[in-house]
Design a protein around this ligand. Sequence first.
Ligand SMILES: Nc1ncnc2c1ncn2[C@@H]1O[C@H](COP(=O)(O)OP(=O)(O)OP(=O)(O)O)[C@@H](O)[C@H]1O
Ligand SMILES: [Mg+2]
Length: 236
Amino acid sequence: MERELLRVEDLSVYYGEVRALEGISLRVFENSAMVVFGSNGSGKSSLLKAIMGLVPYQGKVFFKGKNIDSLETHKRVALGISLATDLKNLFPYMSVEENLLLGAYRRGGRERFEKVYEYFPELFEVRKRRVGELSGGYQRMVSIGRALMSSPELLMIDELSLGLAPKVVERLAQVLLEIRKKEEVSLLLVEQEIYDVSSVVCSHGYVLDLGRLVAQGKVKELLEKDVVRRVYLGIA
Ligand SMILES: Nc1ncnc2c1ncn2[C@@H]1O[C@H](COP(=O)(O)OP(=O)(O)OP(=O)(O)O)[C@@H](O)[C@H]1O
Ligand SMILES: [Mg+2]
């Protein structure tokens, strides 16, 4: 039997008058990998931020069967939820190691460095360098590494592939597969493009359009759906 790790029920996010998300319901099971696709401004980051407790929302979020709506972000981290945000949220003037350590807040500790360097040996080589001096691919590794420092059971990644060369994205995807094999962790990714790498990492996906979920199913079959073709390719 599949056990539910995360359940989002009828979630809406508003920024003043701007509706970012409306009536989102989704589930992520234990030991699974799920992706949410959506174009620019469709609400992907808002979804992850709401689950993390970083923006106010209406609706309900459950983690391991427990309602977490009243919990602040650090308490959600302590329960096992972690977000690798986009690269704007790294600290460019701090070293790789200092950035990683910020993720160890409340859960896990210095010993987690070893885990991160095991998955990303290239980060060990540059651990004293400032993050701002590194390439986008390395910065991506730092952001994922930082999210891993708290030993998450749910690892959420905001646009893993954004701005990266396909080779780098493939390498990151391989690491995610390895992490899934070795750790008790589920993944929730959000991505703009419905592309090959996400179907390597994630079997199932949802599609967001203008703040609403319009489709779900096997990633490989999503582009066969009319509604998805309409949203993505402009084909009726
Ligand atoms: N802090 C904010 N204040 C006002 N509006 C916001 C804010 N953050 C996001 N929005 C709006 O909410 C909607 C959803 O934004 P969100 O960042 O969640 O989408 P996204 O799918 O992550 O987009 P992107 O692909 O650009 O990362 C957009 O219309 C955006 O302009
Ligand atoms: Mg975003």
